[in-house]
Design a protein around this ligand. Structure first.
Ligand SMILES: Cc1ncc(COP(=O)(O)O)c(C=O)c1O
Length: 422
């Protein structure tokens, strides 16, 4: 893990010997002759034409995350939201259906309920811990199962192997948003995931500087298992003149080739090269940060569990959590730094708590080196219905904490300061 985090995708191939992958600040790429550029557009050769669909700096990032997740390929995109959108668009079509966990980042729920619904795709959400519910929700037109390996904001863990087995028995691919876990804590591909998406904005960046997203193909989904379901991949594509699924024979990802050629290009959801370089630098220290952040979070969750004014702490280490066995089996290195607490006094209590904190910053981000706090019901999950918020574990007094790398004693003292104000 540590070696791939530093060397993955980069072998100092820069002609000037740059040690760190440089930022290729170019919109287009010169070709030696007409035939060379023509071959690229006809997909008869590999290379770069225009940075909307590929850039040497982002290629290093794509190769690095592929190595870290143990996949067969990846594409870097403009944001985590773009990663989820593009991964799902590549699998779905009007009339198809998604089964999703109820415990999702609010923006993902909004995408399913609103934009995907506009595109003629329906979705059913289920309790991620109810295996029977996953089985029952799958329909003949289901084309993807979607969940978070560690859910935002309540840090619920799922039995991904069991859910994947259910989905695969119906030839349905499993898409896992592994933003909160990162490959330092959990590799969804080892537990049955077919496609992994990341908001690289969070732990992969690690310092709150950059918006970015990644899609990884783990290589286990082959659309040729049900060619009629994914005909846009399994038959000659009229626009591009190729059958994308044939890429699978060569060990590369037809799904990603299709996603890049069509959706990254059409949506223009390109990751800037400078952002790719910042994510690459962040990944170099990923496992060190995740270890420290996870340990800090677990210690603070235990502290808050016994503190006055806290109704409930939502962290897998808290006694009685249904996912305790999953934590000890699948997450030996910790469960990251995001968890939530329910405070007495509803929104007013949460506001008093947040406003009294001096070290935690009030901000709607997670995965930063500095500790952050927000009130999901009025921010990240504010566009959901009250029922959807309840299903996500977000109540009026819920506060999300994203624990950073500061000294544990200072963080504990700051949380105590917040609680005294509730
Ligand atoms: C779990 C999860 N997935 C996806 C996203 C969206 O990522 P981005 O903000 O990079 O678009 C977020 C953002 O908070 C998230 O927490």
């Amino acid at each position: 893990m540590s070696t791939a985090a530093i060397h993955g995708g980069w072998r100092a191939q820069d002609p000037h010997g740059a040690v760190v992958p440089p930022i290729y600040a170019t919109s287009a790429y010169a070709h030696p002759d007409h035939a060379s550029l023509k071959a690229l557009f006809a997909r008869r050769s590999e290379g770069f034409a225009y940075s909307r669909s590929g850039n040497p700096t982002t290629t290093v990032l794509e190769e690095r995350i592929t190595a870290l997740e143990g996949g067969i390929g990846a594409i870097a995109v403009a944001s985590g939201q773009a990663a989820t959108t593009i991964a799902l668009c590549a699998l779905l079509e009007p009339g198809s259906h998604v089964v999703a966990s109820r415990r999702l980042y609010g923006g993902t729920t909004e995408f399913l309920d609103d934009t995907l619904a506009d595109m003629g795709v329906t979705s059913t959400t289920v309790d991620p811990w109810d295996l029977e519910a996953w089985e029952q929700a799958i329909r003949p037109e289901t084309r993807a199962v979607l969940l978070e390996s560690i859910a935002n904001p309540g840090a619920e863990l799922v039995d991904l192997r069991a859910i994947s087995d259910i989905a695969h028995a119906h030839d349905v691919p499993v898409v896992v948003d592994s933003t909160l876990a990162s490959p330092a804590l959990y590799r969804p591909g080892d537990h049955g995931a077919d496609v992994i998406v990341h908001s690289a904005t969070k732990y992969l960046s690690g310092h709150g500087t950059t918006i970015a997203g990644l899609i990884v193909d783990t290589g286990s989904f082959d659309p040729r298992c049900r060619p009629e379901r994914w005909s846009r991949l399994t038959t000659p594509n009229p626009r591009f003149g190729v059958t994308f699924a044939d890429d699978y024979g060569s060990g590369s990802s037809g799904l990603l080739a299709y996603a890049r050629a069509k959706y990254v290009t059409d949506f223009g959801a390109t990751l800037p090269a400078a952002s790719a370089q910042q994510i690459l630098v962040g990944i170099e220290t990923l496992d060190l940060r995740m270890e420290r952040i996870s340990a800090n979070a677990e210690a603070l969750a235990a502290h808050l569990h016994t503190a006055a004014g806290v109704d409930q702490v939502h962290h897998p280490s808290i006694p009685g959590r249904p996912d305790a066995a999953i934590a000890s089996r699948d997450f030996p290195h910790g469960t990251s730094g995001v968890f939530s607490i329910d405070l007495a006094g509803g929104e007013a209590g949460a506001a008093a708590f947040c406003d009294a904190l001096e070290l935690f910053t009030i901000a709607v981000n997670i995965g930063d080196a500095r500790s952050l706090v927000c009130h999901p019901a009025t921010t990240t999950h504010s566009h959901l219905t009250p029922q959807q918020r309840t299903a996500c574990g977000v109540g009026p007094g819920t506060v999300r904490l994203s624990i950073g790398l500061e000294d544990l004693a200072d963080l504990r003292a700051d949380l105590d300061r917040g609680l005294r104000a509730v």
